[in-house]
Design a protein around this ligand. Structure first.
Ligand code: PRP
Ligand code: URA
Length: 209
């Protein structure tokens, strides 16, 4: 059974507040996205398996723990999830990176797929799915559906801001997936934007609109 983890660290709260501010520019917004990915990723990876490895220090030989098992896979949901990739790679530089391209239809708010490429094989890897925003949950559910169709089993979803509606939908569709959330906001508006939120994460990371 998956769990939901909401981050309580004051630095995470502070940085999310900076991101909400409409006067925060693209450079700063992008840097904050990456910094928050490091902090949330650190938490999400706290159960990585370890194995004792023989190491020769300058003084003697010892057994010391190192990360065990297959390399981690990270899968950003394009576009905005790309902003979190370097943050996770700071923690685990050897991670494999897949991509899932989805955009929300403006009228129906349903996710439309336009690109998917995953590390192969993926079945024995821990997989972190990255997207700053969990709004209706449609994109996260579709991305995880796709990953599972390709054999993914050990999946965690990381976001900066979530709406209660999206958490509920993701939990229901994928009860085995752990969800790591920077902050849960109040609700969606009629256009399925998170309120108070931070606006369109992809546009703010890439300076589009
Ligand atoms: C945003 C965001 C998520 C999705 C969340 O992407 O980055 O992927 O919306 O909404 P949902 O939970 O209701 O599916 P968007 O569709 O705006 O595409 P973009 O990242 O390319 O801007
Ligand atoms: N996607 C965003 O980028 N922002 C929202 O508030 C909802 C979906």
């Amino acid at each position: 059974m998956g769990n939901i983890y909401e981050m309580g660290h004051p630095l995470i709260k502070h940085k999310i507040s900076l991101m909400r501010n409409k006067n925060t520019g693209t450079n700063e917004f992008r840097a904050l996205t990456e910094e928050l990915a490091v902090m949330i990723g650190y938490e999400a990876l706290s159960d990585l398996p370890l194995e004792d490895v023989k190491i020769e220090t300058p003084l003697e030989t010892c057994m010391s723990p190192m990360i065990a098992g297959k390399k981690l896979a990270i899968v950003p949901i394009l576009r905005a999830g790309l902003g979190m990739v370097n943050g996770i790679l700071t923690l685990v530089p050897s991670a494999k990176v897949g991509h899932i391209g989805l955009y929300r239809d403006h009228d129906t708010h349903e996710p439309q797929e336009y690109y998917c490429k995953l590390p192969n094989p993926i079945s024995e890897r821990t997989i972190l799915v990255l997207d700053p925003m969990l709004a209706t949950g449609g994109s996260a559910v579709a991305a995880i559906d796709f990953i599972k169709e390709h054999g993914g089993k050990y999946i965690k979803f990381l976001c900066l801001i979530a709406a209660p509606e999206g958490i509920k939908k993701l939990e229901k569709a994928h009860p085995d997936v752990d969800i790591y959330i920077g902050r849960t906001d109040r609700q969606l508006n009629k256009d399925a934007y998170i309120c108070p939120g931070l606006g369109d994460a992809g546009d703010r990371i890439f300076g589009t609109k």
